[in-house]
Design a protein around this ligand. Structure first.
Ligand code: ATP
Length: 147
């Protein structure tokens, strides 16, 4: 089966670099599904989760925004911040959600409100991605014995 290269990078680090089968990313105008040999594309991203299918497994990541480029069967995501599901500190994201909600409820200047809304969306994206991996692991039950 055809694959494509996916690289997710931030200014600080390489978050993910693998050959993958499929990718779903939060494009600025909605969800973007990308398969191998996709036409060239450059788009902005909004806060959300990235789903990556690789060898029959789904992997999730959170992204807070940035850009996605498809060129020559290679997808590059230059993200403001990005974390793999297993790296996400759920309590930290929950606390960030609470802080943002409080700031929104109190009502401040437009600029502060906008910051709080983006903080809320970043944190919600982290919670979404982080929680994706729990049910999968639980569904698996006891580790399989080799037959
Ligand atoms: P917080 O208020 O908890 O710092 P934030 O949304 O302000 O959250 P960012 O400025 O988006 O945080 O990110 C700062 C750095 O911390 C980035 O490297 C990001 O990947 C990382 N990060 C933020 N929240 C989490 C989290 N819940 N789990 C793991 N890493 C996180």
């Amino acid at each position: 089966m055809a694959t494509m290269r996916l690289e997710i990078v931030t200014a600080e680090r390489m978050v993910y670099s693998e050959e993958v089968d499929m990718l779903v990313a939060p494009g600025i105008d909605g969800q973007l599904g990308i398969l191998p040999n996709h036409a060239p594309l450059l788009t902005a991203l909004q806060p959300g989760e990235i789903r990556v299918d690789k060898e029959g497994e789904e992997n999730y990541m959170a992204v807070s925004g940035g850009f996605l480029e498809v060129l020559a069967n290679r997808v590059t995501i230059l993200a403001d911040t990005a974390e793999r599901a297993e790296e996400i500190d759920i309590e930290r994201a929950e606390a960030a959600v609470r802080r943002a909600e409080e700031r929104i409820a109190v009502g401040t200047s437009d600029a502060d409100l906008q910051r709080a809304v983006f903080s809320l969306r970043r944190s919600q994206a982290r919670l979404l991605a982080a929680r994706r991996r729990r049910p999968r692991r639980d569904r698996g039950g006891a580790p399989q014995q080799p037959s």
